[in-house]
Design a protein around this ligand. Structure first.
Ligand code: ZN
Length: 886
């Protein structure tokens, strides 16, 4: 907790470190009521700076200093200055050694940052600035050091002792304690440090790298979970091979370890050689984890593994450069997932997520650029903008450069900067040098916040067979940035003739020869026209294929044109997108009818378009499922000028019911066919099986909207007699949202009884109920907070219940009496003292107040004000609340 007013840190103030730490030797003595940390730092004046010797200021928080020595001379209080966040002393030579001993309290650390305990084991989380809660240090990513770590603990309770790098020595002591020493040969910043001590079991495997080195792979978990690690291990081996093949990146240590912990603020952490994971991002097997959970495990294992190069070997100079490693690594893991599963489905999921959540962030009071230029608390900048938009920016570079040049650029980047702490500019420079493409203007994607709008209009000149597309780009003002300069927007497009055939794309002034049918154009001016020649008939454009840029594109499509694109567009993503746009138009019409107090009448073209999709057995079933999914309430909110919560909910529910009734036979046929296959086959965690189950489950969710006894029976059967969580959880969820109170109570009770000892499955049980849109949502959530399996101390539980309620149950959270807002603010105030990172993330829904009508805005803001007034705020919560109210 801060004692001074938190202060803003600016990118423009960056200065190289005054001192370097060549070697870091740590010794941890872990006890039940405290731990001791001895640090020996071999240091010198930064040779790049002048030879004078400025004061040396270490970061340090919540540390009890026991002793400190400079070159073996014990210092006394007169020799240094201590504050809540620092220790300052005056070196007397350019090279010196500092020895400190501090006492810390991992056993009472509820913030889950630094060294803490989770389910009885010791573990660490140091990114971004957690190492300063372990020992006095230069806790900044541009200070890289060679680490040696010794840990000692009770042997009986902590048989496994792990840290980064390779084990080099170990032994037992007479008092029942034992110790181990680990040495990491690679220089690294402190945020990549990790240690683990606990009673863990592991599964083991090996991987032979492309240069024939054998690497030991280990996944450590609590003993009862060893049967849930195989999927993560398979994912790890796939990731290692993929990174060799796709980026030429080989693993560099002799051992790679993953440890699963139950209490973790995020998904996982890429500590060198010792990744620490939220158990939800490791454990997966058919009976306890859904298909989505399996895919999430695969993606996160890959993400953290890929960081070994994009983040660890080449790291960030300062935290403003966070997207250098995160945007790039998210892009890499998305390519990997696309290769392992269905590329189009992966793209659809990513885009739907980006447009719903990142676009909302970009339109709200916390909007910031991919490379922010100021922050109070860096933990608040692990955002959708830095991660997901950052990934889109890297994707655009690849689109503009082409795959071959992009690979040359990444090779150059890794080779040029191996072992260094660098900036986004260095990344861009490597891409430019390798490709010869000038990215000067493109770099605005790193510095300008907000989602650009791209309005497109067409004109056709039949006499001269010329077709023109005029692009107008603009970008709304964001906090601190009123004017925006034009972005470089890569637009991939095609033109379709009346039969749906692609036309050859030749621009006016271009030479003939080979002409492509789908091309990328860099739109880089505020207004710009592309004129195509030899276009014999009025074409229909297919724009922004594959979502080639994170923009809001508009083109005045008619509903008939969208239906045509749904069937004929050569780009799979755009076929889905046409369906989404058609759905949006139809839903917005229903919303308007609802608001005008008119009876809702749905455009039947949506029914017939979806019927065509549903009856097409040639289509990838996952695509059918995606096309059948109407845009969510959160997305409809994001694209509204002023979001009408009730009208959005009613309109969408009305449309779902209409579709369920009109398509009942087709849905039932596909449901039964797929359920039959599920019933007669073993669970397999692969794309075609994910596809089958996703169509089966969306069909069931429609059918249950007006369930016949036959459908209800099928749903109960799926709940009771399936061998996997994907089928079981969907059955549970649709029953929870159904009017069948008896069945609902029965399945909830039997599910909880069956899975009461599995925390991750109980998280699903909480989430399903938290997201239930039936009236009385808040009362149900409050009752569930009293359930013995719930605790505010576990971030997964907080997310599963409170996060799901505020983020997914919009109709209940935004209840007109403001009770949802009051509840969320109360939880934030409690969590502020326990776990500031979780408290500040939980706040996000309240920061979206701009989207709502004045009455709700006032309620949301008054809850934000109540948080401000509640007392001593963490820097995390302070920053989010104060920016939201600014
Ligand atoms: Zn990451």
């Amino acid at each position: 907790m801060r004692t001074e007013q938190p202060k803003m840190i600016y990118l423009k103030d960056y200065k190289a470190p005054d001192y370097l730490i060549d070697e870091t030797h740590l010794t941890f003595e872990l006890f039940e009521d405290h731990s001791l940390v001895h640090a020996q730092l071999v240091m010198r004046r930064n040779p790049a700076l002048s030879p004078d010797l400025p004061a040396l200021e270490f970061d340090g928080q919540e540390l009890e200093l026991i002793s400190i020595a400079l070159n073996d001379r014990q210092l006394t209080a007169a020799d240094y200055q201590l504050t809540d966040v620092s220790l300052t002393l005056q070196p007397d030579s350019a090279s010196f050694v500092i020895d400190t001993t501090v006492k810390i309290h991992p056993e009472s650390n509820t913030a889950l940052e630094g060294l803490y305990k989770s389910s009885g084991m010791f573990c660490t989380q140091c990114e971004a600035e957690g190492f300063r809660k372990i020992t006095y240090y230069l806790d900044r990513p541009d200070v890289m050091s060679k680490f040696t770590t010794t840990l000692s603990a009770q042997q009986h309770d902590y048989p496994v002792l792990l840290s980064n790098g390779n084990p080099i020595a170990s032994g037992s002591e007479e008092d029942g304690r034992h110790w181990a020493t680990w040495e990491d040969p690679f220089m690294k910043p402190a945020y990549l440090f990790a240690l683990v001590a606990g009673d863990l079991w592991c599964i083991e495997d090996t991987f032979t790298t492309m240069s024939q080195r054998e690497v030991a792979l280990r996944i450590y978990v609590e003993p009862e979970n060893v049967d849930k690690c195989q999927h993560a291990m398979d994912s790890l081996k796939k990731s290692m091979r993929w990174d060799e093949q796709t980026y030429g990146r080989e693993y560099d240590l002799d051992i790679f370890m993953i440890v699963a912990v139950n209490d973790f603020n995020m998904g996982a952490m890429e500590n060198k050689g010792l990744n620490i994971f939220n158990s939800s991002a490791v454990l997966a097997r058919a009976e306890t984890a859904t298909d989505a959970a399996h895919q999430r495990v695969e993606a996160i294992v890959a993400h953290e593994y890929f960081h070994n190069w994009s983040g660890n070997r080449v790291t960030c100079r300062d935290w403003f450069q966070l997207s250098l490693k995160e945007g790039f690594t998210v892009f890499r893991d998305s390519q990997f997932s696309a290769d392992m599963n269905s590329a189009t489905v992966k793209r659809i999921e990513d885009v739907a997520y980006l447009r719903t959540h990142q676009f909302a962030e970009d339109a709200g009071p916390l909007a910031h650029s991919v490379r922010p230029d100021a922050f109070i608390e860096i933990s608040n900048f692990y955002t959708l903008t830095v991660y997901e938009k950052g990934s889109e920016v890297v994707r655009m570079i690849r689109t503009l450069l082409g795959a071959d040049n992009f690979r040359k650029g990444s090779d150059l980047y890794f080779e040029r900067h191996d072992g260094q702490a660098v900036t986004c500019d260095d990344f861009i420079k490597a891409m430019e040098d390798a490709s010869g493409v000038d990215l000067t203007q493109f770099k605005r994607w790193y510095s300008q916040a907000g989602t650009p709008r791209l309005a497109v209009s067409e004109s056709y000149d039949a006499a001269n067979k010329r077709y023109s597309l005029c692009f107008r780009q603009s970008c709304p003002a964001t906090p601190g940035q009123s004017e925006k300069l034009p972005f470089v927007i890569p637009v991939e497009l095609g033109l379709l003739d009346a039969q749906g055939q692609p036309l050859a794309l030749q621009l006016e002034g271009e030479q003939g020869g080979a002409v492509a049918h789908s091309r990328v154009f860099a739109i880089d001016q505020a207004e710009q026209t592309l004129t195509f020649i030899n276009i014999a008939e009025q074409p229909l454009p297919s724009l922004l294929r594959g979502f080639s840029a994170p923009v809001k594109l508009s083109f005045p499509y008619s509903r008939d044109q969208l239906m045509f694109l749904m069937q004929h567009d050569g780009d799979g993503f755009n076929r889905w997108e046409a369906g989404q746009q058609l759905s949006v138009q139809v839903l917005q019409e229903l919303i308007a009818q609802q608001q005008a107090g008119e009876a809702m009448v749905m455009d039947q073209r949506l029914v017939s378009a979806l019927r065509t999709v549903l009856e097409d057995t040639q289509l990838d079933q996952a695509m059918v499922a995606e096309m059948l999914s109407l845009p969510g309430e959160a997305y409809l909110t994001e694209i509204s000028e002023v979001a009408d919560v009730e009208a959005i909910h009613q309109a969408r529910e009305f449309a779902r019911l209409q579709l369920a009734e009109a398509l009942r036979d087709a849905l039932w046929a596909r449901y039964q066919a797929n359920r039959e296959v599920s019933r007669n086959s073993e669970y397999v965690a692969e794309a075609e099986h994910f596809a089958r189950r996703s169509l089966q489950n969306i069909a069931l969710s429609y059918l249950m909207l007006n369930a016949t006894p036959e459908v209800l029976g099928a749903c109960m059967d799926q709940f009771e007699n399936s061998d996997n969580m994907t089928e079981q959880l969907t059955a549970l969820a649709v029953l929870v949202n159904s009017p069948f109170a008896d069945e609902r109570a029965k399945v909830l009770a039997s599910f909880a009884e069956h899975f009461k000892d599995n925390a991750l499955v109980m998280d699903q049980w909480f989430s399903v109920q938290a997201a239930c849109g039936l009236p009385g949502g808040l009362e149900r959530v409050k009752a569930l907070m009293e359930h013995p399996a719930f605790t505010l101390k576990n971030p997964n539980k907080v997310r599963a219940l409170i996060g799901a309620f505020a983020g997914q149950n919009l109709i209940n959270f935004h209840k007109a009496d403001g009770s949802g807002y009051r509840f969320l603010a109360d939880q934030v105030i409690t969590l502020n003292a326990l776990n500031p990172q979780i408290a500040s993330r939980l706040l996000a829904p309240l920061t979206r107040w701009r989207k709502y009508a004045p009455a709700r805005q006032a309620q949301m803001k008054s809850e934000l004000e109540r948080i401000v007034a509640s007392g001593e705020l963490s820097s995390d919560v302070f920053e989010v609340v104060s920016k939201s109210l600014a």
